[in-house]
Write a protein that binds this ligand. Structure first.
Ligand code: NAD
Length: 639
């Protein structure tokens, strides 16, 4: 993938380094050659350190070969697949860069910003391709920090979010999704409230060293003031200023930190902030004094997290992950909220709010009413049902599963993951007897997403294993699984259909394995499953010639069981089976057929007789026989 990183400062050079480590071709853009040279030498130093620690296998020089420098933004971005902007946090500057990106990038390029706080909609204000603009918020230093917040703007296309989510995983990071374009997203939103609080405590005239000594004694890596120094007081001040403008002027009540910044005290980066950093990490020898109660800080975190939940900004899981990874905490506010006494949280917040005269510390409605716990549970249930790459609906006893990745429904890791999760959900769902799998739009599936950024053999192997495992479950799930194929069922799409128990297709369906013509083999079980379905000779022909066959030919091969006119007819067929066929019989029959073909016939026959015996006492057998003789439809219960 071609990645362009704009701005080679603190964040930009680190992002470029990560992207290059994971085998992407990177162009690093800045305004002056000297700045870029400095950035490259920082990357070299960092790569040398990683190599020494054994964290990378490749030689640093080979990784550096994938990074090019440029001071010509227009030229650099013209064939980029992904642009990540990391220039200073100034709205006009970012807007201007995005105006140029709008004009000079390919129509399908992803235009990401590493902004810490600014709304995506503000940055993309003058952009035409607003659907391509998205937040990709790394944490400092990008090489070491796991978390990346992916922020949806109001116009960001779901496809862009999905792609970026996958790219983030491919570069070894943990993505969380920020569903709403809100200032500070997850981590900085929670951080800002904490910063405001500890700044207000400071302004009362306390000894901050005693607070830090106390926090360190609790086993935390840093106290709150030391941490602000570490992050950069300028960054904290800037963020509070932004929140004062965007969320509440109360964030502006912290004046002390701004004062320090104006006096050149920026913390670690300038050598001096609350502490002297010129000789490395400060020694803190003050007595431990619990001036700040840790539970007060946790109450503030829970309050901010509940605002994010009430506003549907992110799921509880993502909030928890973001705080753990982004703030280096052993647990996040969701874990605390789950076990906390919400009355205690409420009274702490009310006390803090009245002590400092700050309304943003007032407990939210969900804390006051105790609904927060429900909100966590409710969201969790919804979360489980939501799929990004599948549309799932139910008609009678049929679950209709549509692959939903326009236009070709290409299969990626997320789709496999979601299909796997869906099968687990349906496994013991007795209201469903048949699963009908098809694609949204004109096609079943054009195959695996080969353009997905696979960075090494191990990742590719994992993708292959994931496909095999997921598809194999279709042969084991105690339901009749039908593939309804229309348009293309190629490569991985063909393999998916071949793992279903039955295949029905429209006349325009096309089956084929293009793999051998691409230097691959059908690797999601294609070489193993297909010969079982249509015999070695025909499977050999299809795989070795990479020829496509029509639905009619597939019917002649016995690959397709039935040709149908359209989706309605396919659904009718599925519904009929869901009512007419006893679910336990279907479950056992499919297993006997699939497993029976793998064992000696005597074993298969033994299995068959045991299955027959097992069915002998079921209610459904009695119902089937009675219904047959009464000439009525059976009503099977799966018992
Ligand atoms: P920085 O000041 O260290 O680096 C910014 C770089 O952008 C500089 O090298 C500068 O020369 C370059 N630049 C300025 N104008 C440019 C232009 N027109 N074209 C190309 N390059 C230009 O800033 P940073 O700390 O790396 O922050 C960058 C972004 O990342 C900001 O939006 C910031 O909020 C965000 N961020 C920062 C941190 C952090 O801890 N520093 C963490 C997460 C996100």
């Amino acid at each position: 993938m071609k990645v362009v990183v704009i701005g080679s400062g603190e964040m930009g050079h680190g992002i470029a380094e990560v992207m290059a480590i994971y085998k992407n071709e990177v162009t690093l853009v800045d305004i002056k050659d000297e700045i870029l040279d400095k950035a490259i030498s920082k990357i070299r130093e960092s790569l040398d350190r990683l190599k020494k620690r054994g964290s990378i296998e490749e030689e640093p020089e080979d990784i550096l070969k994938r990074i090019t420098k440029s001071i010509n933004l227009e030229e650099a971005v013209k064939d980029a697949d992904l642009v990540i902007e990391a220039v200073p946090e100034i709205v006009d500057l970012k807007q201007n860069i995005f105006k140029r990106l709008d004009q000079f990038t390919k129509p399908d390029a992803i235009l990401a910003t590493n902004t810490s706080n600014i709304r995506i909609s503000e940055i993309s204000k003058f952009v035409n391709k607003k659907d391509r603009v998205v937040g990709m918020h790394f944490f400092n230093p990008p090489v070491l920090m796991q978390l990346v917040e992916i922020i949806k703007g109001p116009d960001t296309s779901p496809e862009v979010v999905q792609k970026l989510y996958e790219i983030t995983k491919q570069i070894g990071k943990t993505p969380v999704i920020v569903n709403k374009d809100t200032p500070g997203f997850i981590v900085n939103r929670i951080n800002a409230a904490e910063s405001l609080f500890i700044c207000l405590v400071l302004q009362k005239g306390i000894n901050y060293e005693e607070v830090d000594a106390y926090f360190r004694s609790l086993g935390l890596p840093m106290g709150p003031y030391e941490l602000m120094d570490y992050v950069g007081l300028d960054i904290v001040a800037h963020s509070l200023e932004y929140f004062a403008k965007e969320i509440s002027p109360e964030y502006g009540k912290c004046t002390k930190i701004k004062e320090m910044v104006n006096n050149g005290l920026l913390g670690r980066k300038s050598g001096r902030g609350f502490y002297d950093w010129t000789k490395g990490r400060p020694q803190i020898n003050a007595k431990q004094n619990p001036i700040i109660d840790v539970n007060d800080l946790l109450a503030i975190d829970i309050n901010e997290a509940s605002k994010l939940l009430e506003d549907n900004v992110a799921t509880p899981n993502d909030i928890e992950t973001a705080v753990k990874l982004g703030m280096n905490r052993p647990f996040g506010p969701i874990t605390v909220a789950k076990s906390a006494d919400l009355n205690d949280v409420k009274s702490r917040l009310e006390r803090i709010s009245s002590e400092y005269g700050i309304t943003i510390f007032q407990p939210t409605d969900s804390i006051k009413t105790g609904k927060l716990k429900e909100l966590l549970e409710g969201e969790k249930k919804e979360e489980k049902k939501e799929f990004e790459t599948l549309n799932v609906s139910k008609e009678g006893k049929v679950a209709i599963v549509k692959l939903n990745r326009p236009k070709l429904n290409l299969i990626n890791y997320t789709l496999l993951d979601e299909l796997d999760r869906l099968l687990t959900e349906l496994w013991n769902d007795r209201s469903i007897n048949v699963i009908l799998i098809t694609g949204e739009g004109q096609n079943f599936s054009g195959g695996a997403e080969l353009s997905a950024p696979i960075t090494d053999q191990v990742q590719f192997l994992e993708l292959v294993r994931k496909g095999e495992r997921t598809f194999k479950r279709l042969t084991e799930i105690p339901k009749i699984v039908i593939a309804f194929v229309k348009g293309y069922a190629l490569g991985g799409g063909f393999e998916l259909s071949s793992y279903c128990d039955l295949r029905i297709a429209t006349e325009n369906a096309v089956f084929g394995f293009p793999e051998t013509g691409l230097g691959l083999v059908p690797a999601w079980g294609g070489t193993q499953r297909l010969p079982k379905l249509i015999g070695i000779s025909r499977a050999m022909y299809l795989i070795l010639t990479a020829q496509r066959i029509s639905a009619k030919e597939a019917l002649e091969y016995g690959l397709v069981n039935k040709i149908v006119k359209d989706e309605n007819e396919a659904l009718e067929f599925a519904k009929d089976l869901s009512e007419r066929i006893a679910p336990i019989s279907a479950m056992l029959a499919k297993r006997l057929i699939n497993r029976g073909s793998e064992v000696p016939i005597d074993v298969g026959l033994e299995m068959e007789s045991i299955a027959g015996g097992l069915l002998f006492t079921t209610e459904d057998l009695k119902e089937g026989i009675v219904a047959f003789f009464s000439k009525r439809k059976p009503e099977f219960k799966g018992k």
